[in-house]
Design a protein around this ligand. Sequence first.
Ligand code: ADP
Ligand code: MG
Length: 431
Amino acid sequence: MIEYILAREFQGLMYYLTACLLFLIITPRVSFIKYGRKLLFVAILALTSYFYLAYEEIDPLVYVLHLVPVCVALIAIYEGWIPGVATTAAFIWGNIFIAGNEWMPGTISSIAVTAVGIAYHYWMPSPESIKRMLLVHFLLILAYIGMFIGLSVWTGEQMELRRMLATGIGTLLSSPIVAYTYYLVKHQERLTEELFNAEKYHLIGQLTASISHEIRNPLTTARGFLQLMGRPNLDPAALERYRINALEGIDGANSIITEYLNYSKPSVEEPRLLNVRQELASVEQWIKPLCVMSNVELVSRHGTQEPLTVTGDSKKLQQCLLNIIKNAIESMPEGGVLTISSRKEDDKALIFIRDTGIGMNDQQLKRIGMPFYTTKDKGTGLGLMVVTNLIQAMGGKLYFRSKPNQGTICEVHLPLEISAAEAASLQPAPK
Ligand code: ADP
Ligand code: MG
């Protein structure tokens, strides 16, 4: 009997681990969808559970004493109330209608465990403490098993006590493995997110010098006009002109600061329709001061004027473009020409970023995008890795062509969302 129960336990374990593995494989591809990712694991778990329930021989006792507590406690602790309640409801349904168990013990125990798990999720001070997570998961499962067996005995259900205990012990033994694997999956996800943010703040730090230069220019102009306004005997028309010029300068500086703050604050990640040309224009604004400082001529060439509409997160697309453009500028220490162009090809939006810099040989070309590969003293070697991930998450591709001492062309290919005609109809009608 013990072997039979163990074999069933292992079978259940395999399904959980499969769910974790699938999650690990899929998450990098959807890393720009924050809320989707939160429910992704639940969806994968639901899928694997479906296969388990549909195609495996189900032992009602293993179902209610292994699958239910392990999943319910795990999801409630890690994911919070919506996934927690959804999973519990699904398992209660499965317990009654698929496994055919008595409704009362399983329902009450799983609701109690979910409630405590969710309370812990919102209360826990640090989600990173693995020991505490394992302990809480273990204790919740122990409470579930105790409650379930107690209620079964109390309601006089026809389940053999010895089998219940054996299954319960099996569950307790395998729960740390499942909880630890899940912890690793979440931890990995958090690390990737932190890496993305670290790269972003590094980029912002590097751009700050040129941005402050950009802010100082309009402020100096505004100051000049304010000074002029102090002159005696000015005619009202000149006074008004100076006033407007001064205001324009201050507004200019203000909008640069707003853009800057917008970019640096953590973004609410929601994919929406983006006009590639608008995103490029915004990035070009950003990069102009750096070009001036680096003696680089910026040429912006955008084939047709039809909008190129793609789906994605604006901040992340801008982060990608900034990274690529910054690399291009950095490859021209003596100055040069930076050409940014875009056009439509079939169902793709193509962006080209071309420099006349130091270029790369085949060996270097193969290594770009690898974590920590950098040839710069102050480089992180993370920029292109992040770019590659984000572009892939948008369903796009990144290509580099380069010749040493001649320059580099970087191509970003993004899937177009809707046809140009449809996009045009989304634009406000000309007045
Ligand atoms: P970092 O810029 O911090 O070094 P990246 O991942 O952005 O990291 O780039 C990795 C490396 O790829 C750079 O150090 C550089 O050697 C090379 N590289 C990237 N873009 C270009 C380019 N346009 N021209 C020449 N080399 C480039
Ligand atoms: Mg870089």
